[in-house]
Every structure is written in structure tokens, then in C-alpha cells.
Design a protein around this ligand. Structure first.
Ligand SMILES: [Zn+2]
Length: 509
């Protein structure tokens, strides 16, 4: 019964559709390209829904009022909108340490207990039912597009930029869903290959560099590929999928309030603690709760009223399902911004996956350091002890999915399924590939949290943006997409493509 609830999405269409009577700024329509029927493509089901591309203004912030109930102990005023939660089992705004029936007191004694309500199953089904809507343009345009890292982009500017990028014949632009304050969250697919690389940025509101780095590096790659046969071939063999800005509300709060510490979303929920991963809000016995974890909404570290209750979390859960499980992505990098550190590995990961992740991160570390002998070294830190009440990060959830974990109706978290009737929300003991119940959904997938920059880069003021730009060039971030594409194809395939590219150049001469 507990199946993986993936939904099939039709393959993106490559031809930019033309519609008559468009507005000058590039009217688009949205095509629903989702279906909950397996193996059924429904590209021809078109929902005509014109949308102005500058529809999202920043007026949302004018709605902010001091009546916000979602903010405690903070001067920052966020949305007055009440969090949407299922009241049936809500623990007011407090996280209560509560013992759940794990069916075995001995195991609770040994491994700990949950400190936060899990995700209601209906919420999970709602997340999995989310449809990605492809945004189509009347005309394609492959002209160079230049992202300026030293310039402040409000979220509306990011949207405009994405609409320009979406016109490139090698890019598909999707509206993935909406934030808690109803801003649109976008995803892009760049290239047409079957190998998939995943990038996310700005999951923390104050860490906007990821958005700029992703957009800049992808734009430059596309610009260069116009005159480079090898890059063109890479893009035919690999697809880069990205959500440049996961948390638009948090981004706008920092910009409009002129602050640089608001990590959370617009409701004061820290998205990187809100994912219903196996290790989310699990308090190991005899350990103290992570002192960084907050019990009320605010700028950071509040995991939510329940796991998975933030819109943004739900959007990302479906996105992970699509690319990690259905399209067997090779890797995922989540761009953060807390000081030249790369985190990888997870508590329940098998040795194989954790070792692969360490190798992957080592190669990134040497990539960054080789180009910057005079700069402070990147550190490579494995995180494998998160049984302290935290642990609901995006990358943990992604790893659990790759390990074939499914949502437990009983515990509201991902776990291993023993059989249709027995759910193991917590893996009791070390997960090994020999475990009877271990059925990985994507055996080779690796991911990491890439913390770029130093403190001096955090924020949206001109000085921080200048520092972000310098950091980008000093550490060669522009070549990350190419590095990842080459890594996932392997040396043999790269050689083959280089030969093909040479041959093409000769023919052209
Ligand atoms: Zn962060």
C-alpha cells in the first residue's frame, strides 16, 4: 500500500510554442505537463493561462503588519498570514518532546524519540500531487544573457531574468509552486541529456549568493556554448536542473528590512529543518537537544509547527522525487553561504553512499583549492550525528529518498518499509546495503551542502554583493556546471565528446 507516490511528468517539449496576440514584454502561457497516471504523456493538454511576467511586484511587503502571530522575539515583521497547518494534531507553537509509540520501549530507550510532529499524510500527498507548469514563450532567443553579481536583484528582477533565460532554446522554465507568501518558485532545466545534475540556491533567505552563482554560471555556459561544439555536446548529454531561489520570501525580508540574518521563510520557519527526513527532529536519548533549535518562529532554526508544513518544503519534496527517484539524478548541490565549508554524508546513509559523497566533495574541495593557493582552504566536513533534535535538512531528505525510504503514515517521516503493514520510520542501527529491507531508489546519487563565501559576503548591500562577486571569480565558481557535467559523464565519454567536437570543427572548416 505504501507505494512511492511519484507522478509522471511529460517530457518537456523543445519547440517554443507560438501564440497570437501577445503582449510586448513576452506574454506566455502555462502548459500543465503533469499527470498522475504512470507512463502517460500528456503534452498536448494545454491550459491557456496568460500571465504577465512582471506580475509579482514587491507589494507583498506592504502587507506586512505588526499583527503577525508568526513572529516571536524578533524586531522583524513578517507576513501577517497565519501559517496553514492541520489543526488535528498541532502542538500550538511549541515543540514538545513527546514519546511516540515506536512499538518497542527498548528501542525508544536506545535510539531516542521524536521532538516534533511529523508531516500529516494528507500534506505529503498534497506535496506529491503538485504539478510543475512549463512556461512557454512565443519565440526563442539565444542571445547572450549576462547576470551581474554586483547588482541587487529584487525577487521580481530574478523573475524577469528567469523569463529571459527561459527563452533560450536550451532552457525550459517551470513554475514549481508558490511560497508561503504566494511568490512563484521557479525551476529550470538546461540541456537535454538524460544525465541529471541538480542545483538549489537561497534556501536560506539571507544566503542569496547561490541564486546569483547559479544564474551567472548557467548564463555564461549557455553564452559560451553558442560557439563551442564541446559545450554543445555536453548539453546534449546532460541536463542541469536548478531552483535558483528556493525561498523568495526570506530573500525579500532581508532586502526590504535591510538585514542579513533572516534565514527562515516568510513565516519564520527554517526550511532546512522542516523536511520530514528520517532524522528530522529526532532526539537521541542521553543527548541534549541541539541548543540552536528554536521553539518559536523567527529568523532561524525554528523547524516548523510540523515537519513539511512550509509551502517551499513541499515544492522541493516533489522536485526531489522527480529528479532523484524518477530521473535518477547523479548529484545535487545545495548552495549556502556560511564560510567555505562543504558538508556531506548522513546518519542513515550506507557506507557506500557516504563514501561516494566524501569522494565527490573531495573533488570539489580540490577544485576550489587548486585555483586559490593563497586563499583559505575549503573544509570538508562529514555530518553524521544529527540525533539531537535537528536534522530536517533538505539534503538529508534527498539522501533518504535515494535510499528508497518512503513516507510513514504513522510517523510522518521517511523511513524504511519492512512490509505493507510495518513501518520503520527510524532505522534502528547502521544501514548497510545487505539489510533485508534496503531497496535503494537511486544507488549512485550523491549530494552536499556547499557553504560559499565568508561572513563579508552575506547580505544584499552593495559591499556584500561586491564580495560575492570577487569570491565567485577567485574560486572559479563559473566552471562548476562544466565540472559537474564532466564528472557525471566520466572520462571515457568526455574523450568521445571531445573527439566528436573536433570532428565537427573540421567539417565546418
Ligand atoms: Zn544556509
Amino acid at each position: 500500500m505504501l507505494d512511492n507516490y511519484y507522478l509522471n511528468r511529460g517530457k518537456s517539449i523543445k519547440i517554443k510554442r507560438v501564440i497570437a496576440g501577445c503582449m510586448a514584454i513576452g506574454t506566455i502561457f502555462i502548459m500543465s505537463s503533469s499527470s498522475n497516471l504512470k507512463n502517460l504523456r500528456i503534452n498536448n493538454r494545454i491550459v491557456i493561462k496568460p500571465v504577465e511576467h512582471n506580475l509579482v511586484s514587491n507589494n507583498n511587503n506592504n502587507n506586512s503588519s505588526s499583527t503577525s502571530s508568526a513572529v516571536a522575539s524578533s524586531e522583524v515583521v513578517v507576513s501577517s498570514q497565519a501559517p496553514i497547518v492541520d489543526n488535528s494534531s498541532m502542538v500550538s507553537s511549541q515543540i514538545e518532546v513527546k514519546k511516540y509509540d515506536l512499538g518497542n520501549d527498548e528501542l525508544i530507550e536506545k535510539y531516542g524519540q521524536f521532538t516534533l510532529w511529523g508531516m500529516p499524510y494528507e500534506g505529503y500527498l498534497k506535496a506529491m500531487d503538485n504539478k510543475f507548469e512549463e512556461i512557454l514563450f512565443e519565440q526563442s532567443n539565444d542571445d547572450d544573457l549576462n547576470y551581474d553579481l554586483t547588482k541587487l536583484y529584487r525577487y521580481a528582477d530574478i523573475e524577469k531574468y528567469l523569463y529571459e533565460l527561459g527563452k533560450n532554446s536550451n532552457v525550459r522554465l517551470y513554475q514549481l509552486g508558490t511560497s508561503s507568501e504566494q511568490r512563484k518558485i521557479y525551476g529550470i532545466e538546461v540541456g537535454t541529456g538524460s544525465k541529471v545534475i541538480m542545483l538549489t540556491g537561497n534556501l536560506h533567505g539571507n544566503e542569496g549568493a547561490g541564486t546569483g552563482y547559479i544564474l551567472k554560471s548557467i548564463s555564461d555556459l549557455l553564452n559560451k556554448s553558442n560557439n563551442d561544439s564541446y559545450l554543445k555536446l555536453l548539453l546534449e548529454n546532460v541536463k542541469i536542473v536548478a531552483i535558483p531561489c528556493v525561498n523568495p520570501d526570506g530573500r525579500e525580508i532581508n532586502i526590504t528590512q535591510n538585514i542579513n540574518y533572516w534565514k527562515a521563510n516568510g513565516l519564520g520557519i527554517d526550511l532546512n529543518a522542516n523536511f520530514p527526513s528520517s532524522e528530522a527532529s529526532v532526539l537521541s536519548n542521553k543527548e541534549k537537544m541541539d541548543i540552536g533549535i528554536k521553539i518559536t518562529p523567527g529568523p532561524n532554526a525554528f523547524p516548523g509547527y510540523k515537519l513539511g508544513d512550509a509551502n517551499e518544503t513541499k515544492v522541493l519534496m516533489k522536485w526531489f522525487e522527480q529528479y532523484i527517484v524518477k530521473e535518477q539524478a547523479f548529484c545535487h548541490i545545495d548552495y549556502h553561504q556560511q564560510g567555505r565549508v562543504i558538508y556531506c554524508t548522513n546518519f542513515y546513509g550506507t557506507d557506500e553512499r557516504n563514501n561516494n559523497a566524501k569522494d565527490f566533495v573531495s573533488s570539489l574541495v580540490s577544485f576550489f583549492n587548486n585555483n586559490n593557493n593563497n586563499m583559505p582552504n575549503f573544509a570538508n566536513i562529514g555530518t553524521n550525528t544529527l540525533m539531537d533534535g535537528s536534522g530536517g535538512g533538505a539534503t538529508y531528505y534527498a539522501n533518504n529518498l535515494a535510499d528508497g525510504f518512503v513516507m510513514s503514515k504513522k510517523y510522518g517521516r521517511l523511513g524504511m518499509l519492512k512490509d505493507d503493514n510495518v513501518e520503520l520510520a527510524l532505522i534502528f542501527g547502521k544501514l548497510t546495503k545487505d539489510n533485508t529491507y534496503y531497496k535503494p531508489a537511486n544507488f549512485d546519487f550523491v549530494n552536499c551542502t556547499l557553504e560559499i563565501g565568508t561572513k563579508a559576503t552575506v547580505g544584499y548591500d552593495m559591499e556584500s554583493l561586491k564580495n560575492q562577486s570577487e569570491e565567485y571569480y577567485n574560486y572559479n565558481y563559473g566552471n562548476i556546471p562544466i565540472l559537474l557535467m564532466e564528472k557525471c559523464l566520466g572520462q571515457e565519454k568526455i574523450n568521445e565528446l571531445k573527439e566528436q567536437a573536433k570532428a565537427k570543427v573540421l567539417i565546418m572548416k
